[in-house]
Design a binder for this molecule. Sequence first.
Ligand code: CUA
Length: 354
Amino acid sequence: MSDQPPVDSRESRAQLRTMLLIGAVASVLGVVLALLIDWFPVPASTQAGPIDTLWDVLLIASVPVFVLVETIVLYCAIKFRMRPGEELKDGPPIHGNTRLEIIWTAIPAILLVGLCTYAYVVLIDIEKAQANTMDVRVVGEQFTWTFYYPGEDGEEIASPQLYLPADTPVNFTVQSKDVIHDFWVPAFRMKIDAVPGIDTHLRVTTTERMGEFPVVCAELCGLGHSTMRQSAHVMTREDFDARLAELAEGPQAGGGGGGEGETDGETLFTQAAQPTACGSCHALADAGTTGTTGPDLDAVVGDFSEEELREAIVDPDAEVAEGFQPGLMPRYGDSLSEEQVDALVQYLMEVTGR
Ligand code: CUA
């Protein structure tokens, strides 16, 4: 059987060295490449810094492991492959190697314990409660988020978009009305599940960076999951206070962003309709919306009579356009007043020049 040289011959040591050298060079290249990739959007919270550093450390620790293993596998597959005439040959006999087994158990164990400890310390640190924290309640439902701010005399102020003052610690209480969703603002780096029946919490401290950042749902929650996208607006304290005052008395007050009493067709179309604004699913040039989940209204609205438009809003499943799923568009006849439906129909008639 064994006309092969023993495994610890000089030749196999040389092969091991070559393999490790190739692995080391590939690891360095891999780490450099991984660190050069721009993984995350612009950071907009104080939590982002430590998390991005944690990510880089994880890359530095894990890329060499992956690259080294792959190098050894590839090297062995090429170098020690079966050649013609060797079909019946067995490889050299290998028995247990205690030292090797201790090494390959100890190194991953130390690596894992170290990384877990580091991640735990970072998590505790970035979730520390801070003075002057603002409370925001976030409620997820198929397929929208609604944000509630504590108002005066205990009344909450509802908003279909997330508004936050810059440079402020925020404590989010996250809830769900139906299935599991996941509240995520990538620019803040933090995310947490919205679970029916319980409150989950998430702390974020905004920075000086102001602007608009996407809010997304990160848990598959149904057909409209991909449309569950809104915006976080980080603004100056003055702008924020003004916005909140506007929301408190504005058309969207009280109705969970539902626009109770709102009767302007375009406003209804873009922001007030419950549970999701028309524009998050439908493209309409006049309203500046580009949703693609539902039919492109610029293309089809002209073909609808006033009565057909009304039916499509009130009872959308009565007739579903080819290529689209029934049950995805809410029955707005249940949530909008007759007046509001009229306003939407009028608006859609107007934009098509009727
Ligand atoms: Cu809500 Cu996905």
